[in-house]
Design a binder for this molecule. Structure first.
Ligand code: TXA
Ligand code: MG
Length: 324
């Protein structure tokens, strides 16, 4: 166990915040049993206090400390996908602090798949409550530098594990009721989950229509850059860019294919053409394009089932974008 991990664990014991890498995005961690420490997360993020947090666990044996009435499906999914990019929503144990659950009768749990996160969790030996380590509503961090830019002084320590391998947040599966529902899509797909469970999970309805979302990552406007962002089918891109040039607009583009033409007003960035590669780079790219200060960011609209979670994040980024 490195000295830095030990320091991080003792900071958590003392009620301080520690940011740490996971395979999905960086988390802003606090001792999940300490309501005063958890309150610091909400203050640092500027996040409404009724939004529940995910409790990160060292391994599956800790499930019963946090969840009650655990259905067989939870054990099946945990065995198949933990450690990994999957969060389970389960009925909570009575002693789980309201600060963590947002006062709901359920709790979100996950064992992350990152060596530093697992070392920290084992050294700490208990649950770490951690949302993504960004200011509320902004783009999730996938490097330690992103965390420093967003939260800086509010965090006692940032563990640097390099860029996150998955790049977008975990798939959230609600098993707290009679049905199995995906509340937030992730790179672990509904079909992989369905294959292991032997039944197809429900997908939560369009959050644009839901008045009180249970998951903040499902708010319509989320993961948002300051520059207005639009999604556009690949075949509409060239004509849109020609028009933008006529209007003297500066446009940043993220697409999986090279620029059809070059122009000083167009900043064209090529993204990986496979979903895993695209997700890996997505948040760092959005931050980079946002920092260019263009009039608009145009992202090629992703199409098809393997791109579902990426499309979900991009739609929310578009909905929340442009608030400078
Ligand atoms: O990949 C991830 O899940 C990352 C890393 C750090 O683990 N964490 C993350 O946390 O994305 P956050 O707080 O940004 O998003 C967690 C989502 C929120 O939308 C929250 O509302 C939802 O999980 N959530 C947590 N507990 C819940 C519960 N009991 N019921 C419904 N939704 C819950
Ligand atoms: Mg988040």
């Amino acid at each position: 166990m490195s000295a830095e991990i030990e320091r991080a664990a003792s900071l958590l014991r003392a009620g301080a915040l520690v940011a740490f890498p996971t395979e999905t995005v960086y988390g802003l961690g606090a001792d999940a049993r300490n309501p005063a420490a958890v309150a610091k997360i909400f203050a640092a993020k500027g996040r409404p206090a009724d939004h529940p947090l995910i409790v990160h666990l060292p391994d599956t044996t800790h499930l019963t400390h946090w969840a009650s009435d655990i259905p067989e499906a939870a054990h099946v999914l945990a065995k198949a996908f933990w450690p990994g990019p999957l969060t389970l929503i389960l009925k909570r144990q009575a002693d789980v602090p309201d600060a963590v659950t947002g006062g709901q009768d359920t709790v979100g749990l996950r064992v992350p798949n990152h060596p530093l996160a697992l070392e920290l969790l084992h050294s700490f030996g208990a649950g770490i409550a951690a949302p993504s380590a960004n200011r509320f509503g902004r783009i999730s961090p996938t490097t330690a530098e992103h965390v420093r830019e967003d939260l800086g002084e509010a965090v006692a320590l940032i563990l640097n594990g390099g860029p996150c391998s998955v790049g977008i947040e975990s798939t959230i599966v609600d098993l707290s009721g009679p049905r199995t529902t995906i509340l937030r899509p992730g790179m672990l797909s509904a079909s992989e989950i369905g294959r292991v469970l032997g039944r197809v999970p429900d997908i939560a309805g369009d959050p644009l229509a839901a008045p009180t979302p249970r998951a903040s990552g499902t708010l319509a406007a989320h993961y948002a850059p300051r520059t207005p962002l639009v999604l556009m089918p690949d075949d509409s891109l060239p004509i849109t860019l020609r028009n933008a040039i006529v209007q003297k607009e500066r446009v940043a583009v993220l697409a999986t294919f090279p620029a059809p033409f070059n122009h000083p007003l167009i900043e064209w960035h090529v993204a990986p053409a496979d979903p895993a590669g695209f997700a890996h780079d997505l948040y760092a790219k959005l931050r980079e394009l946002d920092a260019l200060g263009c009039d608009r960011i145009i992202v090629q609209k992703p199409v098809g089932q393997p791109w579902q979670a990426i499309h979900d994040r991009l739609k929310r980024a578009a909905a929340g974008s442009g608030s400078r």
